[in-house]
Design a protein around this ligand. Structure first.
Ligand code: G1P
Length: 303
C-alpha cells in the first residue's frame, strides 16, 4: 500500500428495499430491523464492516426507514432507565450499536435498483475505493470475507466481488460471473458478468453474494448504465463494463467464499440463520441445543 492508495475506510449499505417477502412483519418495520436471535439483521452487517476495518458507514435508506437511524443512535431515556436499575449488561447492549461506527444516511428517493442505490453514495464516497454490503446477505461472523476482499483490492486495484458456487438451478437468483483462475486458490479474475441469467445461458455457477469492494470509476459507469433486468439500474451491468474494459477502471476480481452465508431476505434461510447462530451462542446455546435435540428426535419419530 502507498500514499496514492489510501486504506479503504468507507462502507455503503443499501437498505431502501421494501421487504415484501416478510409481510406483514415488514408493513411498519424495516426488514433490516428483523431480529436474528436478539440483534437486528442490519447490526450484523455493520459489525462485519467494522470488523474489516471500515468504520465510516453510509446507509442508503428510503421512506419508513427511520428505525434504522434510531437503532444506531443514542437512546438517552432507555439508557437512563437502565442506569437507574443498575443493569450494566443491558446498558452495554443498548450502547453497543451507537458506538459501533460513524453512521451517515442518504435517501434513495426513487427505487431505481441496486446500481442507482450505489450511485446515491457518490458524493459521500468521493474518489476512493469503497465497500458495498447488501443487508440481505448475512456472512457468519466466524468466516470473515470482507477483510480478504479489501486485501485483494489493495493488491490488485480495480474492483472485487464476493462469489460463491451455487446449484445451477439457483443461479437465476444472482449475478453470475465467468471466471479464470489466478495464482491464489481463493481468487479468480472475472471475465464476464450477467445479472440473474436463465440457467441455460449462465456462464458458470459462480454467484455474486452481496459483498463488493469497488473502484470509484463505477460511479461514472453507473451514471451511463441503462435500466437492465427488471427495468432497474443493475450494479452487475456496471461491473460487467469494468470487467470487459480494464482502461475504464477494471480489472474485476472475485474472492470465492466457502464459509457460512445466510440470505436473511428468504424466510427459510432466515430461520436457519437464527437456529445456527442461537446454537453457537454461549448464553443461549446449551439450553437451546438441548431443546432442539429433543424436538428433532420427536419429529423423526413422527416420520
Ligand atoms: C442483488 C444483485 C445480484 C446479487 C444479489 C446477492 O440481487 O443484483 O447480482 O447476486 O443481490 O444477494 P437481489 O437479491 O437484490 O435481487
Amino acid at each position: 500500500m502507498n500514499e496514492s492508495h489510501p486504506r479503504i475506510s468507507k462502507a455503503v449499505i443499501p437498505a431502501a428495499g421494501l421487504g415484501t417477502r416478510f409481510l406483514p412483519a415488514t408493513k411498519a418495520t424495516p426488514k433490516e430491523m428483523l431480529p436474528v436471535v436478539d440483534k437486528p439483521a442490519i447490526q450484523y452487517v455493520v459489525e462485519e464492516a467494522v470488523g474489516a476495518g471500515l468504520s465510516d458507514v453510509l446507509m442508503i435508506t428510503g421512506r419508513n426507514k427511520r428505525p434504522l437511524e434510531d437503532h444506531f443512535d443514542r437512546n438517552y431515556e432507555l439508557e437512563e432507565a437502565l442506569i437507574k436499575k443498575g443493569d450494566q449488561e443491558r446498558l452495554a447492549k443498548v450502547q453497543e450499536s451507537s458506538d459501533l461506527a460513524t453512521m451517515h444516511y442518504v435517501r434513495q428517493g426513487d427505487p431505481r435498483g441496486l446500481g442507482h442505490a450505489v450511485l446515491c453514495a457518490a458524493p459521500h464516497v468521493g474518489d476512493e475505493p469503497f465497500a458495498v454490503l447488501l443487508g440481505d446477505d448475512l456472512i457468519d461472523p466466524r468466516d470473515p470475507l470482507l477483510a480478504r476482499m479489501v486485501e485483494v483490492q489493495e493488491r490488485e486495484g480495480g474492483s472485487v466481488v464476493a462469489l460463491m458456487e451455487v446449484e445451477p438451478s439457483q443461479i437465476h437468483l444472482y449475478g453470475c460471473a465467468a471466471v479464470e483462475p489466478t495464482g491464489d486458490a481463493d481468487v479468480v479474475k472475472v471475465t464476464n458478468l450477467v445479472e440473474k441469467p436463465d440457467p441455460a445461458d449462465a456462464p458458470s455457477n459462480y454467484a455474486i453474494i452481496g459483498r463488493y469492494v469497488l473502484d470509484p470509476a463505477v460511479f461514472g459507469i453507473l451514471r451511463e448504465t441503462e435500466p437492465g433486468r427488471g427495468g432497474e439500474i443493475q450494479l452487475t451491468d456496471a461491473l460487467q463494463k469494468l470487467a470487459a474494459d480494464e482502461s475504464a477502471g477494471g480489472p474485476v476480481h472475485g474472492v470465492v467464499f466457502k464459509g457460512r452465508r445466510y440470505d436473511t431476505g428468504d424466510r427459510g434461510d432466515y430461520l436457519r440463520a437464527i437456529v445456527r447462530l442461537a446454537c453457537e451462542r454461549e448464553d443461549l446455546g446449551p439450553d437451546f441445543r438441548n431443546w432442539l435435540r429433543g424436538y428433532v428426535t420427536e419429529e423423526m419419530q413422527g416420520l
